[in-house]
Design a binder for this molecule. Structure first.
Ligand code: SF4
Length: 377
């Protein structure tokens, strides 16, 4: 039996951050109807997929799923783990924000089976946090991590962001120095991107803000790729670093193109190269589930070229591409297909090949998008 993952989107947040393009709602009046619809949607898909694999990970994302009561999430976890076969140590992650968790609530999360906590810290610098319109400060962030450790969470991730306007390389170094002293096992370090539709995006279009230059962004990223491994955090994807054995299985499954089911408004699913996504509106989601028992807005069947491109893109961003398997699946010898390009990449240290695995080096990660573009069909 093959593994699969489940993502549950809880869209509630206290505020909408100025850089955020996730589907988020500030009003929480539809909390209970949402739960009812989630449970109904799970029932619908369980009839189709119950015997098609075993459930390896559950991920509560959002939004800020830590806003809702543990008993709310427990209803979802109990249903999923009752329906689907799963290992004893199934990985269950919740995303959280520092202002929404305290020791008592975190203990309850552990008690209902959640064993991985991801905290949206973003920065330990109050100026950065104000800039990003976050509703927490440095002290709250530090206290939330300490509370999580005291509550008994062993597997803690923090999200950190670089290339924030006004942030210097020294500011970023200070964030990382603080992070590696904390009782955490995983760091996701992202460069701020301006997503169309966000408030920061419009400010930048109007010339009101300036992101750090490409060179400054590269300096921060290069420092991250040197500093975190020196402090015990192994890089296993472009933006993700963990202590050995604490890689996010859920994320690895996405990068290996393992099947996943998404529940909730705006969630995406992939099963045997059929891809679909739900309505990105809580009312529409609830109404559609009430009518159809699912809320699929669109679906597509990926063709071999699209699958190949995903293998290239996801593999190069994470643990690499198995060249032998790629050739068996698509009848393409990647090295021969792009011989001159690979000669250059290898000569200049952008990638390495070991036991049929093609991997990008740190230098290669800096150019991952450009390299993928060249290799995709
Ligand atoms: S807390 Fe997270 S999900 Fe909510 S608005 Fe901010 S960035 Fe978006």
């Amino acid at each position: 039996m093959n593994p699969f993952s489940i993502y549950v989107h809880i869209p509630f947040c206290n505020l909408k951050c100025n850089y955020c393009d996730f589907y988020v709602v500030i009003k929480h009046d539809k909390k209970n109807p949402l739960l009812y619809s989630l449970l109904r949607e799970i029932d619908y898909f369980s009839e189709i997929y119950q015997d098609k694999g075993y459930l390896q990970t559950i991920y509560f994302g959002g939004g800020t799923p830590s806003i809702v009561e543990p008993s709310y999430l427990a209803q979802i976890i109990n249903k999923l783990t009752k329906i689907f076969k799963h290992p004893e140590d199934i990985e269950i992650t919740i995303e959280s924000n520092p202002n929404t968790i305290d020791e008592a609530k975190l203990k309850e999360f552990l008690a209902i089976g959640i064993n991985r906590l991801s905290i949206g810290v973003q920065s330990f610098n109050d100026d950065d946090l104000k800039y990003l319109t976050r509703d927490h400060d440095r002290n709250t962030a530090l206290q939330s991590i300490e509370a999580a450790a005291r509550a008994g969470f062993e597997n803690i991730n923090i999200d950190l962001m670089f290339s924030i306007p006004g942030q210097t390389l020294d500011d970023w170094k200070e964030n990382l120095r603080i992070a590696v002293q904390l009782p955490i096992k995983h760091i996701s370090a992202y460069s701020l991107t301006l997503e169309p539709g966000t408030s920061l995006y419009y400010q930048s279009k109007r010339g009101l803000i300036y992101l750090p230059s490409i060179e400054q962004d590269a300096d921060m990223y290069e420092f991250t790729m040197d500093f975190l491994p020196e402090n015990g955090f192994v890089q296993y994807e472009v933006s993700n670093f963990s202590k050995p054995g604490y890689e996010s299985i859920h994320n690895l499954n996405y990068w290996y193109r393992i099947n996943y089911l998404g529940f909730g408004p705006s969630s995406h699913s992939l099963w045997d190269n059929r891809r679909w996504h739900n309505y990105r509106n809580i009312s529409k989601y609830i109404d559609t589930v009430n009518q159809n028992r699912n809320a699929i807005k669109d679906e597509e069947f990926l063709n071999p070229t699209e699958i190949y491109n995903e293998r290239i893109y996801l593999g190069l961003r994470s643990r690499g591409i198995n060249l032998k398997q790629l050739e068996e699946e698509f009848n393409i010898n990647l090295l021969k297909h792009e011989e001159r390009f690979f000669n250059e990449l290898l000569k200049n240290g952008f990638c390495i090949i070991e036991n049929d695995m093609l991997r990008l080096t740190k230098k290669g990660y800096l150019l991952v998008d450009e390299i993928c573009e060249q290799l995709m069909l």
